[in-house]
Ligand binder design. Structure first.
Ligand code: WTA
Length: 656
């Protein structure tokens, strides 16, 4: 017997019978044609490696695979910033727009050309050199979606300084943890950000974090609102002061020739323990992988106006706002704010103004637009759109259809792209001019990618049967391990099925062999497309002095995919109250960030545990989704669950 709602969801998905072959004219002109699938793994990555990027010294060996570590394009030397910026200027495309930046406050706009980008990157990189940043210096970046963010990343890449970008919605605690883990010496931040008309206190959070980061010598502060805390003498320097007087001549700051396997960045992501994992991405394989997939999957043309409406603080922004599109010389939209500021048609106004032809976003955003109604999109001319993309979580067929009909005018292909922070690049996705798409399916592995669905023993299951999604061959942008955590790398990805990379996701293939993703099978939740581990939230709760014990699980949510539910046992003398509930939610926001705040908290005298003391999260999920309970025989005290259920029902009644 199964009580996992995802099984029911997938059964429903698999009975989905709608399918859409590529429109003929789209297929005829598509970057990817069917023969791409015929290229061998070696041939494909060899050709893309030679042709898609510019090398200072060509590579001599395609790859080396010593499980669980891969190396790609061995012997090559190149620079990511050179590929994303300088070479486009050198080839005469300096006047082409790299980013149409759109601030959240209405009317703030800027078109940044590749030449303009180069000037800003060179000036800033020259400034960073003065702070002692050079090849190998770890740099933290904590910013909102302003042009200085990609400029900061590219300046680091130019100097060979690995960066870690920390999403601007994370708390001071989360920031401090990441800066210390990587050993960052410099932090780049901004005074404040704009979000939904309110100010985000980035510098104030950074100040709080830096009080706990003795290794960070300097903070560079970009100006956005002109408000925020004063600069700290000796430690802080204003961006304009640092870079303003520097030369913008690229010859004054040549691109550092990097080895193919030199570290480009770390990006921290949630795993199944409280401590985030530092996912390591290196130079050549990452660049080739992101640029190649960007070219074929998004079918970008020289005159495309492409918009990935993600935040650069997540991997989607790293790969598909910064590195992939810039490497391909693509014009992108970069938008600072939320989709509903000042009105719910903000996105559609942007699409209309810039004549966006490719739009890439997440199911949670699509569902929000669905909820707001079709009238907002209907006010605008969206006829420029040729292609739509989705990423971050399974997309329900209803949202997929809404997206295609109301945004894509019923004519655009929709590509549902599956990948992870760890994979660096899209691995499962339709090719829009080749693949027949189905609402809810990510369809086929990208050419050269070997994905499979296996059972507990690691054996491939027949089509129609659910199992675990694994990868059987390396790919260029795959992670090169977890920063300083070899054992955890092996445990997390390589121990469950020896020789296979375990994604942590469940999947099924239908009778055509198309992939349908079923969500995480581990203790990682997916809230609005953001990964948050149950243990991380539990640790934050238990950190509060009133809390004795906490268990956290995700429950299905129509808007955010999953919502966080916490079951909390308070210490003897503490009172369960609405104030306590608010206090604890706020405490989690403080420790991790607002995205991790539980939607519900159920106070309970005890948590359901197995006899060995393990919290039974699956049971809690049953309770929070108000389903019949699963098997409780391994419970130490089965009555606990009944009690919790009663309380959860009470909570629900209160909420209504
Ligand atoms: C989920 C985001 C279904 C999945 C790029 C994965 C998806 C996790 C899809 C990675 C999709 C991402 N369909 N599920 N198209 N895309 N996921 O690291 O569970 O933030 O393992 O990377 O998101 O999330 P991450």
């Amino acid at each position: 017997m199964t009580t996992d709602p995802r099984d029911h969801a997938i059964a429903a998905l698999l009975s989905e019978e709608r399918s859409y072959p590529p429109p003929e004219d789209f297929a005829a002109g598509a970057n990817a044609q069917a023969d791409l699938y015929e290229r061998s793994f070696e041939e494909l990555w060899e050709t893309e490696g030679r042709e898609r990027v510019t090398w200072f010294e060509p590579f001599t060996e395609l790859y080396e695979w010593e499980p669980p570590y891969a190396k790609w394009y061995l012997g090559g030397r190149l620079n990511v910033c050179f590929n994303c910026v300088d070479r486009h200027v050198e080839s005469g495309n300096g006047d082409k727009v790299a980013y149409h930046w759109e601030g959240e406050p209405v009317g703030e706009r800027e078109a940044i050309t590749f030449a303009g980008l180069q000037e800003r990157v060179v000036r800033f990189a020259n400034g960073l050199k003065k702070l002692g940043v050079g090849k190998g210096t770890p740099v933290g970046i904590y910013m909102g979606m302003i042009p200085e963010l990609p400029v900061a990343m590219l300046a680091c890449a130019r100097l060979g300084a690995p960066h870690t970008v920390v999403f601007g919605g994370f708390s001071a605690d989360a920031l401090a943890g990441r800066l210390n883990d990587m050993g960052c010496e410099v932090l780049i931040t901004q005074d404040e950000g704009w979000r939904k008309g309110a100010n985000v206190p980035l510098k104030a959070n950074a100040d709080e974090a830096l009080a706990r980061c003795p290794g960070v010598r300097h903070a560079v502060v970009a100006r956005r609102t002109g408000e925020g805390p004063a600069l700290r003498e000796g430690r802080d320097v204003a961006w304009d002061e640092l870079a303003g007087g520097e030369s913008a001549d690229p010859a004054t700051c040549p691109c550092e020739p990097m080895d193919s396997e030199d570290l480009l960045y770390l990006l921290y992501t949630s795993g199944t323990t409280a401590k985030p994992k530092g996912i390591a991405h290196t130079t050549a394989g990452y660049l080739v992988g992101t640029a190649t997939t960007h070219h074929y999957i998004f079918d970008v043309k020289p005159d495309s106006i492409y918009w990935c409406a993600a935040d650069i603080g997540w991997v989607t922004g790293h790969s598909y706002i910064v590195y992939g599109p810039l490497c391909n010389g693509t014009t992108s939209v970069l938008y600072e704010g939320t989709p509903d500021f000042p009105d719910r048609d903000r996105w559609w106004e942007i699409v209309e103004r810039y004549r966006v032809d490719v739009l890439y976003t997440a199911p949670t955003a699509i569902r929000a637009h669905m909820k707001w109604g079709t009238e907002h999109a209907a006010k605008h001319d969206l006829s420029s759109l040729r292609l739509l993309g989705s990423v971050g979580e399974p997309i329900n067929p209803e949202a997929w259809m809404w997206y295609r009909e109301n945004i894509g005018g019923g004519r655009t292909p929709v590509v549902d792209t599956w990948w992870q922070t760890e994979t660096g690049m899209i691995l499962i996705s339709p090719l829009p001019g080749v693949t027949t798409v189905k609402p809810g399916s990510a369809t086929q592995p990208f050419p050269g990618i070997d994905a499979a669905v296996v059972d507990e023993r690691g054996e491939e299951v027949p089509n129609g049967q659910g199992g675990y999604l694994v990868l059987r061959k390396p790919w260029p942008a795959m992670l090169r391990g977890l920063y300083k955590e070899h054992d955890r790398y092996v445990d997390t990805y390589w121990s469950r099925f020896p020789g296979l990379y375990f994604t942590g996701d469940g999947a099924k293939r239908d009778e055509d062999g198309d992939f349908w993703l079923m969500g995480r099978v581990d203790d990682v939740m997916n809230v609005s497309g953001h990964r948050i581990s149950t243990i991380e939230v539990e640790s934050a709760l238990v950190d509060h002095p009133a809390v004795a014990e906490a268990a956290v699980c995700g429950r299905k949510d129509d808007l955010t995919g999953e919502a966080i539910v916490a079951f909390v046992t308070l210490k003897g003398s503490e009172e369960a109250s609405v104030e306590m509930l608010d206090t604890l939610r706020e405490h989690v926001a403080q420790k991790i960030g607002k995205i991790a705040r539980p939607a519900n908290i159920v106070f309970t005298p005890e948590l359901p545990k197995t006899r060995s003391g393990k919290i039974m999260r699956r049971l809690l999920r049953d309770v929070s989704e108000h389903r019949t309970l699963g098997d409780t025989t391994t419970l130490a005290d089965p009555s606990v669950v009944e009690e919790i259920r009663d309380r959860a029902e009470d909570e629900k009644a209160k909420a209504v």
